[in-house]
Design a protein around this ligand. Structure first.
Ligand code: SAM
Length: 271
């Protein structure tokens, strides 16, 4: 059996009884950072052998783990925090294990994305986990453009030093929306910052700690856009001297929609 075992995202009391039991019983624990996991295991009096399993060594170690699983041993995968395979190593190993007929078993527990979502006050009936935005500006903009039309709450992870820049791009591409910044979940300085994207951008000074960004989805009942108005506004912006790209960006801001929607609407009105 391959166990995917959750560990706390801050508060050690979020470790489950079952996680402790399974981590004691398995033959091997595959951990993203063995030093960090060793501390957790010591705290819970767990003495199972550990093997390093991170992005750099995952191909070689996955092979070793599979061999042991096929020999009848049991292995648990843990990440530094939360659920393995969620913006953390593990997913690939699960695929490989399934392909060779090994059973996989979840040991559920803490997860930053869902903890943020349930306290966000935003729609929890439909949501999309988008993970970390791409680091390259071009890829990030394309990624956000695609997400901007989704009618479901969207959840991102982002590092504190990239947060302000990310929020500025989000405001530009998504238009004004409600967001919730869930900071330092389950830790002493846990807080939820709620408001419009631009309001939170103003409030944030130097973001510190770990953040989940939860963003309101595109409104389900939004009326279809009046195409003449969009093209009128667009034409006026061109006449005022803006190039096509800037005119589309300004029109998108004005109508509080994505650039892609402006583009589609202009295509529609020119047919
Ligand atoms: N596997 C983890 C999970 O299940 O939540 C996520 C790991 S990912 C590498 C780390 C990111 O998760 C952080 O950059 C942050 O965005 C988010 N995160 C993890 N712990 C958090 C916490 N206590 N409070 C807020 N965000 C957290």
């Amino acid at each position: 059996m391959l166990y995917l075992c959750a560990t706390p995202i801050g508060n050690l009391e979020d470790m489950t009884f079952r996680a402790i039991k399974i981590l004691r019983e398995v033959n091997l624990i595959a951990a993203e950072d063995t030093r960090r996991t060793r501390k957790l295991l010591t705290h819970f009096d767990i003495h199972t052998p550990l093997i390093r399993f991170d992005e750099n060594c995952k191909a070689v170690v996955a092979e070793k783990i599979l061999q042991r699983l096929q020999a009848g041993e049991s292995v648990a995968v843990v990440s530094d925090a939360g659920l393995p395979a969620i913006s953390d190593p593990g997913a690939n190993l699960v695929r490989l294990a399934i392909d060779v007929g090994i059973n996989v078993c979840p040991i559920p527990g803490a997860n930053a994305a869902l903890s943020a979502l349930i306290c966000s006050g935003l729609d929890t009936t439909k949501f999309l986990f988008a993970g970390f935005p791409p680091k390259s500006k071009k890829n990030r903009r394309e990624f956000l453009e695609k997400l901007s039309t989704i009618e479901a709450t969207i959840i991102f992870y982002e590092a504190p030093h990239r947060l302000k820049n990310f929020l500025a791009e989000l405001a530009e591409i998504f238009g004004e929306r409600e967001i919730v910044l869930a900071r330092e979940l389950t830790k002493i300085h846990e807080e939820f910052l709620r408001g419009k994207i631009s309001e939170l951008l103003e409030k944030l000074d130097e973001p510190r700690g770990e953040f989940v960004v939860v963003v309101e989805g595109k409104k389900f009942s939004e009326p279809s856009l009046p195409e003449e108005n969009i093209s009128e506004v667009y034409e006026k912006l061109l006449a005022a001297g803006l190039d096509k790209k800037s005119a589309m960006r300004e029109a998108a801001k004005k109508f509080n929609v994505s650039r892609r929607e402006i583009y589609n609407s202009l295509l529609g009105s020119s047919n």
